[in-house]
Structures are given as structure tokens and as C-alpha cells.
Design a protein around this ligand. Structure first.
Ligand code: HEM
Length: 448
């Protein structure tokens, strides 16, 4: 039976692609007083963009509100209800550090403030199609919080798409995402159709169950979770690694492609394994239209250990515990920090990286499984403890291998190209849930 999603209820970022280019900001607040938080939510509610309003947002800018588990408690949702949510959300991402491989430099003790100890409670995510639109929404956000002493801005991070229109390592991003049943429109060739319950509570998931939450239905229905990863990128180390392991610029591009599974233009190796073909990326009907099981079971084109094949094995592992359908993530990625100038082989002291907002209705089965089993381990594809060559941990294995002629090619001594600088699970309530929360009593503090 066809699924109908409550588009007017679901916060827009869950279902809708970000405009290109866009200018965004993450504002992270501390809640010391429930009444202040409820008043702030009440004032912001008319400006929150739903999936229905997404195509024609007020003021050409978008605004969404999220909460950590502690944030829900502080605004007045009873602890017994909050504690009924999935364990990774309730405990917070920092508490799961060993399981997630957030060790060494990536340990939460080293994360950027206020990450690392459930230090923020309420988040506002803003986006505009221009810097002016973002500034206008930011002013509105600040205005809504004015005179609310129990709501304190802790951090403000500007994000967006760099002027190169590529992420910091130089790859075109944002090409592949699942199609959610009921989202509207038609799936593009190669886009897997996923049950809505994988991404939104209140709908059937791939296990055949209705994804639910604790407490009254109005609280959790049409809500979901974002698993957020703030990841610093060491761009100079990445460039030097390519240079040191190739004889020519073309060789560097080839290695970059074998590590990602796509050329830096975005062209998939599956469709053009020997040379880059930007015309494939330019065609939305072709750039994602590939599978692995029949055409490339051993990874001669797209290595089994490369970033995109690990993180979405498509049909390669169907019917196993690693079946992609039950471990899908819907990604919203955004860059922060200035671009390292082209050709620079040393860092310039600037902080730069990516903030990933990974949408999933079951953070244990989806985000945590992908992070621990597919990114930070290689056992599921016979690669032992070898991790993702772009974003994986290096303390257990630091080499990467892919099939080549006449013999398999092994790259040794991969440095840490990335280091996690923050991680949080947040809840994205529906519009009605926000209204419900704004009308609660109890919570922290006691201002009128
Ligand atoms: C610095 C870190 C990262 C960079 C630079 C990066 C970059 C990319 C790029 C360039 C693509 C290919 C474009 C596309 O398919 O849309 C991609 C795909 C993807 N990435 Fe990442 N990524 C990073 C970390 C992560 C992490 C930590 C996760 C999840 C935990 C993740 C999940 C995905 C997913 C689900 C896809 C789509 C694969 C597909 O459907 O074929 N990425 N990433």
C-alpha cells in the first residue's frame, strides 16, 4: 500500500535536499530554565520549515530545531519518557566512544566545546540560499531568544558548500541518497527505495515493524534522530599521501578514486573504472545507476573497502547481516572552515572539516552499526581490521589494498586524514511535538 507521509509535520531537513549552494549555521544552546526554552520554541515555531514548506520557505531560508536527551528533560519531557528512546541517544555519543572507535586524538575529551559531555541541549540549524538570507534568519533566531535568561548560546558554527562546490578533500559530494517511500516524486535510476520507518518514527521500517517512540504519540510521531559527526579534515596530509604514492597527477587522481569509489569529479568507478568521465556526473539519470553483486563482486572496479562501497554496499551483501537495507543513513553534509589553497602541501593553521548530520530512526542499528562495523572494521568484506581509507581509524590497521593488474596494490602507512571533533545524537521532533513541548510544565528551573 502506498505510504503517505505527513509532510506538514516533518521538519524539512529530514526529507529535503539542501539548496546548492547554501549558507548554513549551527547554533547550540544550553537550557537552564524550562520556561525560557518553551518560550523560545513557541516564538520560533512559526518560522520552522516543514518538508511541505521546503520548496517555498519563508524569507528564502530554512530553520529546524533539535534536542539532545538532556535537552528534552530540561524542557519538561519526563525522564521516564526520554529514557524509553534508543540507548545511544539517551547515553549520548561521547559515552559510546570505545564502541565507535573515538579513541586517541578522537577521544571526546579532545572534542571541540561544547561537544563531549552532553554540553548542549537545544540546537537551531539555519540555512539560506545567500549570505543575506542566512544573516536574516540568524537575526530572527537571536531575536526569538532575546530576554530568555535560561537559554544561553554556547556555540555558533557557520557551514556550507565551499566555493569550489566540493568538500575539502576535493570530491564532489551529495550525489547518492536513498529514496524514502512517500517523500514525493519518483526515485532516480539506482536510488534504492527505503521504507519510511528507517528514517521517520510512526511508519513501517525494513524489518516490517512500525518505528515507534516512548510516551504520547504526539511526542515521537513524525520525529527522527540525527547522528551528528563534526570531523576535522587534514587536507595537506591527504594531498601529500596522494603525491607520495603516485608518479603523476593522473596517478594521484586514480588513487583518490580507488579510496572513495568515485573520481573526485563524482563519476563512479563502477561506470568508468579507467578514466574520469564528468559527463556521467552531469547526468542525474546515470551517476548513481550501478550495483555491485553481478557486475563487480570482487571489487575490480569499485574496491570492496573503498568509502562508498563500505558505507553502502548496495546489493553486494543482500541477505546477510550486512544487508544495506537495514543500515541506511540519509546524509546531510556541510563543510566548515576555509578551503586550503590549491597546491598547498602544508596546513595553514586553519580549522576545516565536515559536519555530517546522519538521519536515522534507529541509531544503534543504523549509525552505530555503520560506524563500528563498516567504517572502522573490514571483516565484513574480508579485509580484517582495515578501516575506511578516507575516514576510518588507523590504530588497528593503517594500510589499504585494492585489486590491480598484475598484482593487488597495497598502500601502506595511511595517516589520519580525519579526526572526530564532536559527536551528538539529537532528536528532531515534528511540528506538533514542538507545540506539545511548548505547552509542557515541569522541567528544569522555576522562572514564571
Ligand atoms: C571527512 C569525512 C567524509 C568525507 C570527506 C566524505 C565524503 C563522501 C563523498 C565524496 C561521497 C560520495 C558522494 C555521494 O555518494 O553522495 C560520500 C558518500 C557517502 N558517505 Fe561519506 N564522507 C565522510 C564521512 C562519512 C561518514 C562518517 C559517514 C557515515 C557514518 C558517511 C556516509 C556516507 C554515505 C552513506 C555515502 C553514500 C554512499 C552511497 O550511497 O553510495 N561519510 N562521502
Amino acid at each position: 500500500m502506498a505510504v503517505t507521509l505527513d509532510l506538514a509535520e516533518i521538519q524539512g531537513t529530514v526529507l529535503r535536499n539542501r539548496p546548492m549552494p547554501y549558507y548554513g549555521a549551527y547554533l547550540l544552546f544550553r537550557v537552564d530554565d524550562a520556561a525560557s526554552a518553551r518560550e523560545g520554541v513557541k516564538r520560533l515555531l512559526p518560522h520552522v520549515t516543514s518538508a511541505k514548506d521546503w520548496e517555498a520557505p519563508a524569507d528564502q531560508a530554512w530553520i529546524n530545531i533539535v534536542f539532545t536527551a538532556e535537552g528534552l528533560r530540561r524542557i519538561g519531557v519526563p525522564s521516564e519518557i526520554v529514557d524509553g528512546f534508543p540507548i545511544p541517544f539517551v547515553q549520548g555519543m561521547a559515552a559510546r566512544r570505545v564502541f565507535l572507535g573515538d579513541v586517541g586524538d578522537a577521544d571526546p575529551a579532545n572534542w571541540d566545546w561544547p561537544h563531549g559531555g552532553n554540553g548542549f541541549h537545544l540546537g537551531l540549524f539555519l540555512m539560506g540560499q545567500s549570505e543575506e538570507a542566512r544573516a536574516a534568519k540568524l537575526a530572527l533566531g537571536h531575536e526569538a531568544m532575546r530576554g530568555l535568561p535560561g537559554l544561553r548560546l554556547l556555540a555558533h558554527l557557520d557551514v556550507g558548500i565551499p566555493p569550489t562546490m566540493r568538500e575539502h578533500f576535493g570530491y564532489v559530494d551529495g550525489l547518492s541518497r536513498p529514496f524514502i517511500e512517500g517523500e514525493g516524486g519518483e526515485p532516480l535510476p539506482g536510488q534504492d527505495v527505503t521504507k519510511a520507518g528507517e528514517f521517520i518514527l510512526g511508519y513501517e521500517n525494513e524489518l516490517g515493524h512500525i518505528a515507534t517512540g516512548p510516551g504520547p504519540e504526539i511526542f515521537w510521531r513524525n520525529g527522527t534522530f540525527l547522528s551528528i559527526r563534526k570531523i576535522r579534515q587534514n587536507v595537506a596530509a591527504f594531498r601529500r599521501f596522494l603525491r607520495e604514492n603516485a608518479q603523476t597527477p593522473e596517478g594521484e587522481e586514480f588513487i583518490a578514486a580507488k579510496m572513495m569509489g568515485r573520481w573526485r569529479s563524482g563519476c563512479p568507478l563502477a561506470l568508468s573504472p579507467d578514466r574520469d568521465d564528468p559527463s556521467i556526473v552531469a547526468d542525474p539519470l546515470r551517476r548513481n545507476d550501478f550495483k555491485y553483486a553481478q557486475d563487480d563482486p570482487d571489487g575490480h572496479r569499485t574496491p570492496v573497502g573503498c568509502h562508498i562501497r563500505r558505507i553502502n554496499p548496495r546489493d553486494a551483501l543482500d541477505g546477510t547481516i550486512s544487508d544495506a537495507r537495514t543500515h541506511r543513513l540519509l546524509r546531510r553534509g556541510a563543510a566548515y572552515g576555509p578551503v586550503l589553497p590549491e597546491g598547498a602541501m602544508e596546513e595553514d593553521g586553519e580549522d576545516r572539516g565536515i559536519v555530517l548530520a546522519l538521519i536515522n530512526a534507529d541509531p544503534a542499528r543504523q549509525f552505530e552499526f555503520v560506524q563500528s562495523q563498516w567504517i572502522n572494521d573490514g571483516d565484513f568484506v574480508g579485509e580484517g581490521s582495515r578501516a575506511d581509507p578516507i575516514v576510518g581509524r588507523r590504530d588497528l590497521a593503517d594500510d589499504y589494498a585494492y585489486p590491480a593488474k598484475p598484482v593487488r596494490k597495497r598502500l601502506k602507512g595511511l595517516p589520519d586524514f580525519t579526526v572526530v571533533r564532536g559527536g551528538e545524537h539529537v532528536f528532531v521532533p515534528s511540528i506538533s511535538s514542538l507545540q506539545w513541548m511548548a505547552g509542557l510544565s515541569g522541567g528544569i528551573g522555576n522562572s514564571p
